[in-house]
Ligand binder design. Sequence first.
Ligand code: HEC
Length: 92
Amino acid sequence: MKKSILAAGLISLSAGVNIQAADVQQGHELVETNCVRCHGSEIYTRPDRRVTSLPGLHKQVRFCEQMLGLTWFDEDVDNTATYLNQEYYKFE
Ligand code: HEC
């Protein structure tokens, strides 16, 4: 019983990592292409940073994206927020 729960957990964990790896790569590229004009990565790690939660990070990515007139899909915003979170914010 215990063993099968563990196995299921491992399978879903590795699947999640695979999906995330693809997303993060695309998010990374989107940031490099579109987001380094006004601020570099220092803004994501500054002590008084504005973003304090994962939903807040999504909102802020959407805000900057719209300010630029980029018309990203939700998926692009998700990938970018996932990348920034994994690399800098590290929210749970
Ligand atoms: C036209 C200039 C500009 C560009 C280009 C830009 N941003 Fe921003 N960004 C800002 C400003 C201004 C702030 C707010 C700074 C402040 O509050 O002091 C900000 C803040 C942020 C923050 C919050 C930082 C914190 O304090 O936690 C995130 C995250 C962010 N931007 C993501 C992005 C992403 C992703 C892109 C690319 C889609 C992007 N930005 C492109 C101007 C820009």
